[in-house]
Design a protein around this ligand. Structure first.
Ligand code: SF4
Ligand code: SF4
Length: 336
């Protein structure tokens, strides 16, 4: 395993690290098996979030007796001082530790930046927790290129790391991430597999390593087999012309309007599981799994066809997807 320094945090982290979103779909025993694999391969950086339901708790339990082998990063969507202070305490308790190496402002959009860094904002709680030794470093995650630019250009003196989507089909952050690195910020690639939309995971991970703008990548891994699979990818050899052509073909096929399964659009007041609707439609279109996908789609309690077009989800999607139109396509595919 190759290790890199995460910007001026000085943390020595594995280039291939761990994203904790899929732990939400796992159970405690499976989480332990995943962490066993991380330890076996020397993958030492674990990223999770207050917002990933049970992820912090399961990881905390799985880390019992081996906390010192891992560097922990988590994050909170809190924007004000009080709720951020509460979230930091909850994270410490869930992760069963007295110190979290990196605490991040989660999914910070442009409109909330002033609030977070203003009087009574979340930044104050983070700075206090750092001074008290409860957290080691402070970072930020963002999904919008505009927010990323402001955060890197204006707040790099306070923020030690930045996490942004970076993969074969989403390299809109390339220049700003390079600038972040120049300014000494640690750079973390989120969604290296574009939310599961990139089938060739080896190509996807190698693309990020070759791009040279992200220190680490954190593919979500929900099973020991996924850890085996990703750990086997050779990130060291240089990218070939043929691989560049493969990437161009993937870009052409996938375009930009695809769901990354982040679930920020939830909750739908009509109970529609939006990313699962898109996932099942993809299975029918891309993989020829029409019967398999239809059975699962039919078993869902609410379907794309029950969308009442209120638009609430679209306001929350950080990628600006036309969710209503996309759901209409899904309803056409499945007839409900
Ligand atoms: S537009 Fe449709 S899917 Fe989106 S929140 Fe409203 S009802 Fe739910
Ligand atoms: S529709 Fe948008 S917000 Fe919802 S899961 Fe997909 S990418 Fe995320």
């Amino acid at each position: 395993m190759k290790y890199v320094t995460l910007g001026r945090t000085g943390l020595n982290v594995s280039q291939l690290s761990f994203g904790g979103i899929p732990i939400q779909r796992a159970d405690a025993a499976n989480t332990k098996a995943v962490v066993d694999k991380l330890e076996e391969y020397g993958i030492n950086y674990i990223d999770t979030a207050r917002g990933y339901t049970v992820s912090e708790e399961y990881l905390g339990a799985a880390l019992e007796g081996r906390r010192d082998k891992f560097i922990l990063a988590t994050k909170s969507m809190s924007r004000d001082r009080e709720s951020m202070a509460r979230d930091i305490e909850t994270s410490l308790s869930n992760l069963r530790t007295g110190h979290i190496e990196l605490y991040q402002l989660h999914n910070l959009p442009e409109k909330d930046i002033g609030k977070v860094f203003g009087p009574g904002g979340a930044w104050e709680a983070l700075a206090e927790a750092k001074a008290a030794g409860k957290i080691g470093h402070i970072g930020v995650t963002a999904h919008s290129a505009d927010a990323l630019k402001i955060l890197v250009e204006q707040y790099s003196d306070r923020l030690e790391t930045v996490m942004f989507p970076y993969n074969i089909v989403e390299d809109q952050g390339r220049d700003v991430l390079a600038l972040a690195r120049e300014k000494g910020m640690g750079t973390i690639a989120m969604k290296p597999l574009a939310g599961g939309n990139l089938d060739d995971y080896a190509l996807a991970l190698r693309y990020i390593a070759a791009s040279g703008v992200c220190d680490v990548m954190i593919p979500g891994m929900g099973s020991p087999e996924e850890v085996d699979r990703n750990a086997a990818v050779d990130l060291e050899t240089s990218f070939t012309e043929a691989e560049l052509e493969q990437c161009a073909a993937v870009r052409k096929e996938l375009g930009t309007q695809f769901c990354r399964r982040c679930n920020y659009c939830a909750p739908c007041p009509n109970g529609i599981d939006i990313p699962s609707c898109f996932l099942m439609a993809n299975y029918t279109k891309k993989y020829g799994l029409a019967d398999w996908a239809r059975a699962r789609y039919d078993a869902m309690p609410y379907h794309a066809g029950s969308c009442v077009m209120c638009g609430a989800c679209e306001k929350r999607c950080p990628y600006g997807l036309p969710i209503r139109d996309m759901l209409m396509d899904v309803a056409r595919i499945f007839g409900r």
